[in-house]
Design a protein around this ligand. Structure first.
Ligand code: SF4
Ligand code: FES
Length: 748
């Protein structure tokens, strides 16, 4: 079977899917055609001798939403793409000029977020007065340049390149996991010839073991080096490289080792062929069988945009969605691969613990009436509610309202701790915003290790350090960074020295144009939290970190629920309420110190996984996971986003807010909302920003408004907040893939 007919068999059913793909939608702009006559020199010459077609000057839509900012029109140059004039900034490449002109140029090695390699030659175009076709990704556009993308010469050049690329590429599309979403398949259909002249044996390359996440079939590799550049430039690890030369050239790890990066899964997306694919997803499904649901990640406080691909009731994989302001087009390995945790250790039915200590499945009515009976017997001040780190705003609002109606004001979100302070939003948000971190030129990280706490924020800082040579100072325990930094100390005493100006890093902050301070939310649990924040505010004041045109004061939160919980005022009235409680309502809270709960307290655990909270629970109420419900989350920078249900709920589980609503009815204090719309109207009265979906609401007041704390700073060193990057919440702790990663990849 010829390549053309093989490719057409594989590709044609998925063409419509490609239109929605985040990858290049070539079928939109290109007709499938081949030019076998160009293999004949005479016919080729005749084709070239044809008169030039009249250019199509109708307005064009830039490819993939390519945007051009021309702050200074004098810096703009004009070039002509297929006769169509476009204005572009100086420094643009020919390929970028073509994109602005609405012409999609085929490419394999070029990636807009990586350095230019120029080694695949797929992007060849004709440029007037140039004797040969030029690689458009590596050629700077010059004023008046006349670029021709659709001439017989350009077509012939691409067909030639494609023929060479396919010389050694195996024709195993039917068993390749990339089939249906492969750049090589698509581009060979759109730009390749329907025949090839190479009949020699194809070379084969030994597969490499990169770890439990990335599967390699290195014979399929076309040596575009995207993966190598991604690893070195974005992930900040030197694990991958090009070995050998000529036909012996291959991608490898130099010495046998695994790829140890928290962003390693992104090489699967950027590999244009099936050389690097997802190991857990291998042979599980074809991409056209999957239903994609646009949602957001909840495994950290970043709120990375994701697409959940499901088949029937099962989540099959998670891949990133583009969001320039939050995660660009990357996601962390925890976000991408934790999905198998959604199927394991799930709570299916309401359960009551019997006298023998075993759980017994009961009906919802029985479970709720047992809880209602107990709750009506305890005093209001003995009731405590703790929201888990994956809770959505709707359920936290319902929990707070429910407990308030019972007379208790002791409700909080687990990572915010019992010293939580929700007075000023600027005191708990990333005020700079994730994307504006790129403008920073000096960073002071206080008790935070962004690489494990928020991998995508860390990727931004690394990008800034590479681009601006920004200086980074870090105060905290020894940690693994993937960019240059100075370890300034381990305790808050160093902060005091910086605030007093007697530390060398004070001058770095003073001399910076846009200084950034990032305080870790791990501090929320410290008794001297207010004193530390006062000292940080003093540093911010000295270094002019907050100005009308710049706010570099940030708190990096740890979990998806924290920001919304503080916006909704989930702050405990008494710091000792847990120790004196008689009724504890854990809404997915598994990371609270349950040793503090008195032995005679009645504990209700409402959640989706049989995790830590279940061991202490008297009653279990099964709830839906984030992939099964519509919920509102606010990320660490104050951007509100929503999850959408991708799969049905498991067993007899219900959405968190519905369970609390039903319980309030049984208890005799019914909450006044019965629908998602009604509960959102209630949220509007407390935190209207939580209704502005996909919008970032900056804090209105500066943290300086807070009175200075009279607390004394303790000399206790800062601790490590996230011990194991791969296992931080009930879903990731239930995941087999995350367990493998933590065994093989975690740096001990
Ligand atoms: S493995 Fe994939 S991304 Fe890496 S060089 Fe080969 S084809 Fe390119
Ligand atoms: S995309 Fe231009 S040489 Fe590879």
């Amino acid at each position: 079977m010829g390549l053309g007919s093989l490719a057409s068999r594989v590709i044609r059913p998925s063409a419509s899917r490609l239109l929605n793909s985040h990858k290049n939608g070539f079928f939109l702009t290109r007709a499938v055609s081949s030019t076998p006559e160009l293999h004949n020199a005479d016919q080729s010459a005749a084709a070239q001798a044809q008169p030039e077609p009249t250019p199509d000057l109708s307005p064009r839509t830039p490819v993939g939403g390519a945007r051009v900012h021309l702050p200074n029109p004098e810096d703009a140059i004009e070039v002509f793409v297929d006769g169509y004039p476009v204005k572009i900034p100086k420094g643009f490449t020919v390929l970028q000029a073509c994109e602005v002109a609405g012409v999609d140029i085929p490419r394999f090695c070029y990636h807009s977020r990586l350095s230019i390699a120029g080694n695949c030659r797929m992007c060849l175009v004709e440029v007037e007065k140039s004797p040969k076709p030029v690689a458009s990704c590596a050629m700077p556009a010059l004023p008046g340049m006349k670029i021709k993308t659709d001439t017989p010469v350009a077509k012939k050049a691409r067909e030639g390149v494609m023929e060479f690329l396919l010389m050694n590429h195996p024709l195993d599309c039917p068993i390749c996991d990339q089939g249906g979403e492969c750049d090589l398949q698509d581009q060979s259909m759109a730009f390749g010839s329907d025949r090839g002249r190479f009949t020699d044996m194809k070379r084969s390359v030994v597969d490499k073991n990169l770890g439990p996440l990335v599967k390699t079939v290195m014979t399929r590799c076309i040596q575009c080096t995207r993966c190598v550049r991604f690893a070195t430039e974005v992930a900040g690890v030197q694990d991958l490289g090009m070995l050998g030369r000529g036909s012996g050239e291959e991608i490898g790890t130099y010495v046998e080792k695994l790829m140890t990066s928290e962003l390693s899964g992104n090489v699967i997306d950027i590999c244009p062929v099936g050389a690097l694919t997802s190991k857990p997803f291998a042979f599980k499904a074809r991409n056209w069988e999957l239903k994609g649901t646009e949602s957001i990640d909840v495994t950290d406080a970043v709120g990375s945009n994701i697409r959940i691909d499901s088949r029937g009731p099962e989540v099959m994989r998670i891949i990133p969605r583009l969001n320039e302001d939050i995660n660009e087009e990357w996601i962390s390995d925890k976000t991408r691969f934790c999905y198998d945790g959604l199927k394991r250790q799930r709570l299916n039915d309401p359960m009551i613990r019997d006298a023998d200590g075993r759980f017994r499945a009961v009906s919802w009515a029985d479970a709720l009436s047992v809880v209602a009976e107990i709750v009506n017997q305890v005093k209001p001040e003995e009731i405590v509610g703790i929201a888990g780190q994956l809770s959505d705003a709707e359920s936290m609002m319902a929990l707070k309202d429910f407990l308030n109606r019972l007379g208790s004001n002791n409700v909080w979100c687990e990572r915010n701790g019992s010293y939580a302070d929700a007075d000023l939003r600027s005191g708990y948000l990333m005020n700079t915003s994730i994307s504006d971190l790129e403008k920073g030129d000096a960073f002071l990280l206080v008790g935070t290790q962004p690489r494990v706490e928020a991998a995508m924020v860390n990727a931004r800082i690394r990008k800034t350090v590479r681009a601006n040579h920004a200086k980074v100072g870090y105060i905290g325990p020894q940690a693994d960074f993937n960019y240059d930094h100075q370890h300034l100390g381990t305790s808050p005493q160093t902060l005091v020295e910086i605030a007093e100006g007697c530390h060398p890093f004070s001058s770095v902050l003073l001399n910076a144009k846009n200084p950034v301070i990032i305080v870790g939310a791990g501090l929320f649990d410290r008794v001297d939290k207010d004193a530390i924040f006062s000292t940080v505010e003093a540093i911010a004041n000295n270094a002019k970190v907050i100005r009308p045109d710049w706010n570099g004061f940030n708190v990096l939160l740890l979990s998806a629920a924290q920001a919304a919980a503080l916006d909704l005022g989930l702050v405990p009235e008494s710091v000792d309420s847990l120790q004196t409680s008689k009724f504890v309502y854990l809404m997915g809270a598994d990371d609270v110190n349950l040793d503090k709960v008195p032995a005679d307290a009645f504990v209700v655990y409402q959640g989706h996984h049989g995790d830590r909270g279940v061991y202490r629970a008297n009653v279990i109420l099964p709830a839906s996971a984030f992939s099964e419900k519509e919920g509102t989350y606010e990320n660490t920078e104050g951007c509100t986003q929503q999850t959408l249900p991708a799969v049905p709920t498991v067993g007899d589980a219900r959405d968190d807010w519905k369970i609390i609503r039903a319980l309030s009815e049984v208890v005799g204090t019914p909450l006044p909302y019965d629908s998602l719309a009604a509960i959102r109207s209630r949220i509007k009265t407390v935190a209207p920003n939580l209704l502005h979906v996909d919008e970032r609401e900056p804090a209105s007041f500066s943290p300086f408004l807070k009175p200075k704390s009279a607390q004394k700073i303790s000399s206790d060193p800062f601790g490590t907040v996230v011990e194991n990057f791969y296992m931080t919440d009930p879903i990731t702790r239930a995941s087999k893939i995350m367990a493998q990663c933590s065994a093989l990849l975690s740096k001990k």
